[in-house]
Write a protein that binds this ligand. Sequence first.
Ligand code: FAD
Length: 296
Amino acid sequence: METRKLEKHESTLIEKVLFKIAKQWIAGDTMEEALKSARNANTNGMNAILNKLGEHMTSKAQVSQTVEDYLTLVSNLRRSKITGGLSIKPTQVGLAISTKECLSNLDTIIEKALEFQSFVWIDMESSEYTDDTFKIYQNLFEKYERLGVVIQANLKRTENDLCMLLKNGSKIRLVKGAYHETPKNAYKTRHEVDENYKKLMNVLFEQGNEFAIATHDSKLIDLAMELSKKHEKKFEFQMLKGIRDELKPILVKSGFEVSEYIPYGTNWLPYSIRRLKERKRNILLLGSSFIHAHRV
Ligand SMILES: Cc1cc2nc3c(=O)[nH]c(=O)nc-3n(C[C@H](O)[C@H](O)[C@H](O)COP(=O)(O)OP(=O)(O)OC[C@H]3O[C@@H](n4cnc5c(N)ncnc54)[C@H](O)[C@@H]3O)c2cc1C
């Protein structure tokens, strides 16, 4: 009994410490807080991309609630005159239930977003969902032009996917990839992922238009700036809330289009763990905060 009590106390403590660190990446629990962060991004010359936290939803009731939340969010963006759009994870709107469910829910949200001229991005999750996500994207992109999809530089398949996506003028966000993948389908070293990112970025500048370079990596951002001098393309930089905040105003001041990805909601744990793992310093910070919390 006592051991169980102690374990519960420890896990609450870990969650509390984690939340203290995670707060920097998240607007808050509520839609109002998300709208406030979005307004702030606009004031600083950036567009806002809002995401309601949550993934791998298998309950229809939960999925329906998420769809409702996105519909309300779209109306509120418009009412608050916020420049920006949405980014949606397929498994929060039904992909963990079925492709049909996800397609129909995205259709509903995008139709509403289009009424208000908001752009919608479909996030890319782990590789088990890649094929279905592209299928859903292609299907919806035939109807809605203001729709983008994500490609991940850590996946070996991405070069071919990019080629396929460019054929119909898809709108693409290039990222390194945040999910754990096996060596069979993914590049595992930082060097390999960065090299593939550069290769894919070159293809985007040569053959694409209206794409997003989503990274906080200065080497890659510098390369994008170089490529943009050679190729006149409509593109934007995208960064996550709370990361490289010193660089964002510099890019805005230099005349680049910049969007900030702003997540909100109570389901903050999986997103925050991905952010923690991306940087050794964050793990160290977690360790030292935990030791500190234990002392008091
Ligand atoms: C707008 C946006 C949308 C995204 N959408 C998706 C998606 O749909 N699917 C997907 O798999 N991934 C997505 N990602 C995440 C992406 O795949 C990477 O995991 C993430 O961006 C970290 O990679 P990086 O390119 O910044 O490079 P890294 O090499 O990880 O980081 C480069 C530098 O950025 C800074 N930095 C990076 N991460 C952190 C951090 N957590 N805390 C503090 N500093 C940090 C550090 O200075 C670091 O040296 C998205 C990223 C962005 C910016």
